[in-house]
Structure formats: structure tokens, C-alpha cells
Write a protein that binds this ligand. Structure first.
Ligand SMILES: [Zn+2]
Length: 128
């Protein structure tokens, strides 16, 4: 009885609606948190909106530098946001932003670092 009830609860949570967004460069869809929102400011600048809460027209790009470069250089981003061509300064700021994020994202995926840093389970056994 208890097991059945727990199972019911879990499946109910999994059905919860997760909004899907599409990267404007590669068209990959992902849950909202997997993509970075960009918004057009009243001044005509395009800025990243990591909180996803800024008002205004938004577009989404995934955590992939190539997508950001493509969206900026092929004017995909400005068309999606219906704005003027981005200034060189604005383009540079956006690329610096994703470059910073990409480095953070890639580091934990290096298998060598993970192996070296992973403490052996024995350490915890000795303490207990
Ligand atoms: Zn993409």
C-alpha cells in the first residue's frame, strides 16, 4: 500500500509541465533553464537575461559559443528581437558573456579532473 502511494505521487510530479524553448541558432529545444534568454533593452542593446525575468522581447540561445556567434554574425539575433544591427561593442559583450559561461560549463566535464578529485569511498568508511 505504501509503495503504491509513493509511486503515484512521483508520477504526478513528473507530469509537471516544463516549458520548452528553442535556440534561435541551432533550433535545439530544451527546458527553459537549459537555454539563456536574451532581451532587447529600451536603449536598443541586446543583453543576456540569466534570470529570465526581464520585460521585453526575448530570444533564447543554448550554452554553445558557436550558436551565439552564428546568431550574432548572421543577424539571427537581431531579427528574432526585431532590433537594429548590433553595435560592435554589443556583439563583443555578448560573446564575452557566453565565453565566460562556457568555461564554467566545460570544466566539470573533464574526465581526468573528475577522477583525480574524486575521494575514495574508503575515506568516509574510516571516519564512521
Ligand atoms: Zn544552439
Amino acid at each position: 500500500m505504501v509503495v503504491v502511494q509513493a509511486g503515484k505521487k512521483q508520477s504526478a510530479q513528473r507530469v509537471k509541465h516544463v516549458p520548452q524553448r528553442t535556440c534561435i541558432a541551432c533550433r535545439r529545444t530544451d527546458a527553459k533553464r537549459g537555454l539563456i534568454r536574451l532581451v532587447r533593452t529600451p536603449e536598443g542593446q541586446v543583453v543576456a537575461d540569466p534570470t529570465g525575468k526581464s520585460h521585453g522581447r526575448g530570444a533564447y540561445l543554448c550554452h554553445n559559443l558557436a550558436c551565439w556567434e552564428q546568431a550574432i554574425k548572421r543577424q539571427v539575433l537581431q531579427r528574432a528581437l526585431r532590433t537594429e544591427p548590433l553595435s560592435a561593442e554589443n556583439q563583443r559583450d555578448l560573446l564575452l558573456y557566453i565565453q565566460g559561461l562556457a568555461v564554467v560549463d566545460v570544466l566539470p566535464l573533464q574526465p581526468d579532473a573528475a577522477n583525480n578529485d574524486a575521494p575514495p569511498l574508503d575515506v568516509f568508511g574510516d571516519d564512521a
